[in-house]
Design a protein around this ligand. Structure first.
Ligand code: SME
Length: 171
């Protein structure tokens, strides 16, 4: 990186999202804006975007930045499916060592996937970021992206018809 720390990157990204998403509740607008802000700021990201819960236990691609992503991911496949199924952030240092990893981009080496919820705690989507660098993501990315997810939660209250609302046990 150019000397800017990850902590600073996420601080600035969160400030930018605060400014541009104030009062915005259209989910396509929210997700595409978030993908653009993060992809631009994270120099180590090769792909940044959302998979939406589109049907029971099925993720379908949403707004993203980067090369063509696969269109659908069942909950029982891939890193994205694991994040949705477990309702928990996944950090994968070496995607080749992750059983069931879906290689949309042969050059991808590491990945982080963060669940996205609405204010009721229902799972709406996952935020997926890939990198061509091995072990690009760490606890600072988790902390930063989980704060981004928290911010999106407040914005993703309206226009529910673009999402299937997957109930989360215990939520
Ligand atoms: N690698 C992901 C699939 C999505 S792409 O990386 C854009 C996975 O294993 O879930």
């Amino acid at each position: 990186m150019d000397g800017t720390t990850k902590t600073e990157i996420y601080r600035d990204a969160l400030r930018e999202l605060d400014a541009v998403l104030a009062g915005v509740d259209d989910p396509i607008t929210v997700m595409s804006t978030c993908a653009a802000v993060l992809h631009q700021r994270l120099a180590y990201a090769s792909w940044t975007g959302f998979y939406r819960v589109a049907a029971p236990r099925l993720l379908r691609i949403g707004p993203y930045q980067g090369a063509l992503g696969c269109l659908e991911i069942p909950f029982d496949r891939g890193v994205c499916g694991a994040a949705a199924r477990q309702n928990a952030t996944q950090i994968v240092a070496d995607v080749h060592a992750f059983p069931g990893h879906i290689a949309c981009d042969a050059a991808a080496r590491s990945e982080i996937v963060v669940p996205i919820h609405n204010p009721q705690g229902e799972l709406l989507a996952v935020l997926d970021i890939d990198s061509h660098q091995p072990a690009a993501f760490d606890e600072r990315d988790r902390a930063g992206l989980e704060r981004v997810a928290e911010k999106l939660r407040a914005c993703l209250n309206g226009n529910g018809e673009v999402f299937y609302r997957e109930p989360v046990p215990g939520a």
